[in-house]
Design a protein around this ligand. Structure first.
Ligand SMILES: [Zn+2]
Length: 97
């Protein structure tokens, strides 16, 4: 069975969600949300997503550019997913932009 390719709105009752071609937002896993925000799954949610990136500055750091991403959370209303483990924490987020 193939993995879903699209994230649909919460509570979506379409045929594709029914047969797991798509997944509705309120049933999506953190891994699927990570795929969506990384552009590897399509976003059909029609919702604004809040992405919170927590950056750790090493001791003695003098610039935000020294920061390392320590946590990435995606929120949509009452729903939230910690996608850190799927998007990686080893690189400075700001220099990736
Ligand atoms: Zn659907």
């Amino acid at each position: 069975m193939n993995s879903p390719t699209v994230v649909d709105p919460p509570g979506c009752g379409c045929n594709e969600c029914g047969d797991s071609q798509y997944v509705q937002l309120d049933r999506a896993s953190a891994r699927q949300i990570a795929h969506m925000v990384a552009g590897r799954m399509r976003n059909h949610t029609a919702r604004e997503l809040q992405v919170t990136v927590t950056t750790a500055l090493p001791r003695g750091s003098e610039s935000l550019l020294d920061g390392r991403t320590s946590r990435i959370e995606v929120r949509c209303g009452e729903l939230s997913w910690d996608v850190t483990e799927y998007l990686g924490v080893s690189h400075a987020f700001f220099t990736q932009l």
